[in-house]
Write a protein that binds this ligand. Sequence first.
Ligand SMILES: [Fe+2]
Length: 482
Amino acid sequence: MASTRYRESPFLSGHHQPNRMEVQAPDLFIEGELPADLAGVFYRNGAEPLYPPTEEDYHWFDGDGMVYAFFFEEGRVSMRNRWVRTDKLLLEMKAGRRLFGVHGNPVTTDPAAAGTRYNTANTNIILHGGKLLALMEGAPPVELDPRSLDTIGEEHYGGVITTTFSAHPTVDHGTGELLNIGSLARRSGPEIRYDIIDFDGHVRRTEFIPVPHQSMMHTFFVTEHYVVFPVTPLDISVQRAVAGGPMVAWDANRPTRLGLMPRRGTAADVRWFEAAPRHMMHQANVWEEDGRIIADVAAAEGTALFPDTDGTRRTHRQTQQSLRRWTIDPAAATDVVREEILNDRDIQFPRPDDRRMTRASRYAFANSNLHSVDGRVDGMDSVVRVDTDTGVDDIYHFGPGAAAGELIFAPRVGGVDELDGYAVTLVHRPGAAETELAVFDARDLSAGPLARVLIPFRIPSGFHCNYYSVDNPLYQQALGER
Ligand SMILES: [Fe+2]
């Protein structure tokens, strides 16, 4: 049976519509002045399903990982994109059709896929341990060649990590360590596995931490001395699914619980703090200040990504996220987390200068929505930088209907200070033939892009991006001269 068009879905049409192709562009046209001290690589991962699901609703998180790489070298920008050839995708390519159910649902998965892991590797793309790793929540990383993007295979850390992995592990740029979690549904109850992986990619420590209930723990926090495990009301329940309800659901009757543990602690050291029910999948940065833990996060009172426990669906508009500060005080007598709103704009993916993750930072970059009715569906039409000390923002609007991706701080070669560099995002303007990789002065977004790298086709909106400057040890370890 020949493939036909995608089924109806807001995440398979408009700026989300996949292209189903891999390309290589050796020297892209650039408008404006590309800064000479911007040299490195910008990676982006996202969901581009080769085959559409046949029976179920598509979900934004379900498509096959497609990685784009932009190399900034000697004033030129080259680009290529490749699917992550997971065992799942290779099996479906051989069959010429979709075999797995949405999210790997075993009930709707073709028996021909039995024994193959559902791994889309579609969420994040990082350098660590000298390797380029495509990440999704719930399956091991998949290693790609950092230059060609050819798939090398699942990374199992010498057989130590063979099951779940986070899409948002934290690199501590001070120590070079990668701190990671994986969710585990055990017969004895839900747990997470917590790993410390050293700069060279060796697992140095693994702890198992029981959690209050099985939640979609999309991220977790790391500071210089602590880790925090956020258990949000986004609940996962096989029993509820068996009873005919949603497997993943927003349970507004549950609080948000934050488990604080010393970085080299054990389950016995965990202290649970409590906040109001919050949807939270991404933090800008988390650090320690005067003995307290400061977490700047994108959070909302609910989510449109999954139904409520009773099956009700909220809209993204009703559940837009703002930049909030959570403060945990280990010295306090109560276990209450303090929350304040730092900036109330509708934001999606907040990011700091990555080199400051785990240590104090002042600025958060994000893609945001000024005028779209529903930014997740219609497109995030702007980018913003927030001064978290004052709440003052610096915003640039790409125009009605534009779709901007995650905004990444890209340090100037040799730059050390927090705003000494650029901010980079992929943006598609409605009706435009091309996509732009927009390069801003990190200190002045509202002035508009300094340079626009033109990609001569529409790149579908995706998930997470990372930029590695040529002087970043992670770049040198993976891409430097050998
Ligand atoms: Fe994410």
